[in-house]
Design a protein around this ligand. Structure first.
Ligand code: 5GP
Ligand code: MN
Length: 336
C-alpha cells in the first residue's frame, strides 16, 4: 500500500495541528540523514507557532555543524526528561526501534506524546507510533520527509531543502549506492529547482577533512585493511589509540567501511573500532549480499541489506576473532 495515503496523511496532519510541543529525534551517532530529517522538520515547525526541539542521544560530527539551525540541537541529558515526557508529539526519524536512541529509550517509551515514524529501515517496532511512514525501499529518510511534507502541505523552505538534500547525498553516497531510486532523483530534482547551492553542501560534507583525518585514511588503507580474496571480504579494525595519533575527532572514520569495496573483487566489508567504551561494528556490501542479517545475528545490530551496523562489549581483538571465525560460513554465497 502507498505509505503516503490519505488516511495516514490526514491523521499526521491532525496530530501536528493539535500539538503545541513537538520533539524531533533520531538515532545514536547521528549521520547526515538523521540530522537532515530532524533539522528539516525543525526548520519548518520553527516558522509555525510550535514549541519544537531536536533532541539527539549524542553529539553530532563537526562535518555537519554548518547545517541550518544546528546550534539549536539539544544533546540528551536527564534535564531534558520532562520536556520529552510532556511533549504532545514525537517524531521518530531515521530509526525504527527505541533501542537506537540509547539512553533516551525509556523516556521516549514513557512519554505521553503521540508518535509519528518516518524511516527507511526494515521491520519497524510495532505499537510504538500512531502513524507510520516506513519504507525500506527509500534511499534515505530525507526522501520520505520531503514526500511527507508535500503530503501534509508543509512548505519546504530553503533551510529545510538544504537539510533534506544533505540526507539524500550522505545516505546514497552522492547518488551512487543502489538504494538510489527513481523517486530519490525525483525528490533531488524538485530540490534542484530551489535556490540553494548544492555543491556547497557537497563540499561541506566531502571536502572538509582535517589533515589528520586524511593521513588516518592513508594509514588505515596501507596498514589496517585485511583482504580475503577467497571470501571476497575485507575488514579494517582500529583502536582509539591508533586514531588519536592522527588527532582523531568524532566523524573522522565515517566512510572508512566503504573503502575496501572500491576493490573490484571485494563484495563484503567490515569496520571495527573502539568508541565510547564499546566496539562499533559497521558492515557494507555490493550487490545482493545482505549484511543486516549478519549484523543482527552476530553483532547485536541490524540495518539495511547493503549497510548495517552493530556493537560489542568484548575487546577489539575478540570481535575481530569472532568475525574471522564466522567469515567462511557467512560468505558462502560469495565464494567462487
Ligand atoms: P553505520 O555503519 O553507518 O554506523 O550504520 C549503517 C546502518 O546500520 C545505519 O544506517 C543503521 O541502519 C544500521 N545500524 C548501525 N548500528 C546499528 C545498531 O547498533 N543497531 C541496529 N539495529 N542498526 C544499526
Ligand atoms: Mn538513513
Amino acid at each position: 500500500m502507498e505509505i503516503f495515503n490519505k488516511f495516514s496523511l490526514d491523521k499526521a496532519t491532525e496530530l501536528i495541528q493539535n500539538a503545541e510541543k513537538i520533539i524531533l529525534t533520531a538515532h545514536l551517532n547521528p549521520d547526515g540523514d538523521a540530522l537532515g530529517s530532524t533539522l528539516a522538520l525543525y526548520n519548518i515547525f520553527k516558522k509555525q507557532d510550535k514549541v519544537c526541539s531536536v533532541v539527539l542521544p549524542n553529539n553530532i560530527p563537526d562535518t555537519f555543524k554548518w547545517m541550518p539551525s544546528c546550534n539549536d540541537i539539544k544533546i540528551w541529558n536527564s534535564e531534558l526528561e520532562d520536556e520529552i515526557k510532556n511533549a504532545d508529539l514525537i517524531f521518530i526519524l531515521d530509526f525504527n526501534t527505541t533501542t537506537r536512541v540509547d539512553k533516551m529509550q525509556k523516556v521516549v517509551e514513557e512519554s505521553k506524546a503521540k508518535k509519528i515514524m518516518i524511516d527507511h529501515h526494515p521491520d519497524p517496532q510495532e505499537g510504538l507510533c500512531e502513524v507510520y511512514f516506513s519504507d525500506p525501499q527509500a534511499a534515505a529518510t530525507c526522501e520520505l520527509v520531503y514526500l511527507f511534507c508535500k503530503g501534509c502541505n508543509l512548505e519546504v523552505n530553503l533551510e529545510a531543502a538544504r537539510c533534506i538534500f544533505t540526507g539524500l547525498v550522505t545516505d546514497t553516497g552522492c547518488f551512487q549506492f543502489n538504494c538510489t531510486g527513481q523517486r530519490t532523483f525525483q525528490v533531488a530534482s524538485e530540490l534542484a529547482a530551489m535556490n540553494f547551492d548544492r555543491s556547497e553542501i557537497i563540499h561541506h560534507i566531502y571536502d572538509s577533512y582535517s589533515e589528520g583525518r586524511m593521513r588516518l585514511e592513508g594509514y588505515v588503507l596501507s596498514q589496517k585493511m585485511k583482504v580475503f580474496e577467497k571470501y571476497h571480504t575485507a575488514y579494517i579494525s582500529l583502536t582509539l589509540a591508533e586514531a588519536e595519533k592522527f588527532g582523531y575527532r568524532v566523524g573522522d572514520t565515517e566512510g572508512f567501511v566503504n573503502l575496501p569495496l572500491s576493490i573490484e573483487t571485494v563484495k563484503f566489508s567490515a569496520f571495527f573500532m573502539e568508541r565510547d567504551g564499546i566496539i562499533r561494528c559497521s558492515f557494507r556490501s555490493k550487490g545482493g549480499f545482505k549484511v543486516n542479517t549478519i549484523a543482527q545475528k552476530y553483532f547485536n545490530g541490524g540495518g539495511h541489506d547493503n549497510a548495517a551496523g552493530g556493537k560489542s562489549y568484548k575487546s577489539l581483538d575478540e570481535v575481530v576473532s569472532r568475525f574471522l571465525s564466522i567469515m567462511p560460513k557467512v560468505t558462502k554465497e560469495l565464494q567462487d
